[in-house]
Design a protein. Structure first.
Length: 244
């Protein structure tokens, strides 16, 4: 997989509106893709930095992804509402809920299933993939409740290959995921990195002179050094990847 790893990137901002994302709709699933995924292939939109997948999924009650396999991928899941049940071939089983970050390392190969844990309510979640920096590692799983961090506002590292305290570990030394629930009007700086992907999971946020980003919008920032976010009148829940 040939991905750019240069840290010498000129500053730029590319706004991607929610309505421009490709979409998969089934009787049990409504999924919007930030990058090429499945049958939705665009050679000009396969990744941003190390971020390969960012899917915004809604799974209806009783629905879910049956058992399927992955290999050599770090997969992070973040639930916005409802509950998602995970089971895998390594014997891991758990329910992911808002405020809990989950990482599955596919490594040398793993199969798993993901299903709506409720018989009456939809589950809404974002699933994100980055490649590992070492192939064929043993498969792994980790989850951590970060609700207390989120309650204080601001952005916090919740998954990292750089050894951040309190974050689930990624097998990718050049990637970190920040998450936050900003209060209305709360300002927050964008992490400095060659590639920063800001996804507005809920609410709205102002990004410097680029204007207002609303739910489902994303900003792809290269050479981030001075950008600032300010939550809109309804606050904002953000997922921010910083990678090479």
């Amino acid at each position: 997989m040939n991905l750019p790893r240069s840290k010498d990137v000129a500053p730029a901002v590319d706004i991607r509106r929610a309505a421009t994302r490709s979409r998969t709709v089934l009787d049990w699933l409504d999924s919007r893709h930030s990058f090429s995924f499945g049958q939705h292939y665009d050679p000009a939109n396969t990744h941003f930095g190390l971020l390969l997948v960012s899917n915004d999924d809604r799974v209806r009650a009783g629905g879910g992804f049956g058992t399927h396999g992955h290999r050599d991928m770090e997969i992070v899941t973040w639930v916005l509402s409802g509950q998602l049940e995970h089971q895998d071939s390594e014997g891991n089983r758990g329910v992911i809920y808002p405020g809990l970050v989950q990482r599955m390392s596919a490594g040398s190969g793993i199969t798993h299933s993901e299903s709506n844990a409720s018989a009456t309510e939809d589950v809404h979640f974002v699933q994100m993939w980055v490649p590992p920096d070492t192939e064929a590692l043993p498969p792994g799983y980790e989850q951590r409740d970060v609700s207390d961090l989120l309650a204080g506002g601001g952005l916090h590292v919740v998954a990292s290959g750089e050894g951040h305290d309190g974050a689930v570990a990624l097998h990718q030394r050049d990637a970190a995921l920040w998450a936050g629930r900003l209060r209305p009007g709360e300002p927050e700086g964008v992490p400095a990195a060659p590639h920063v992907h800001v996804f507005v999971a809920a609410g709205s946020v102002w990004l410097n002179e680029e204007g207002l980003l609303t739910e489902g919008d994303a900003a792809r920032i290269t050479g981030a050094t001075r950008f600032e976010l300010t939550a809109g009148d309804d606050g904002a829940e953000l997922l921010v990847w910083a990678t090479v």
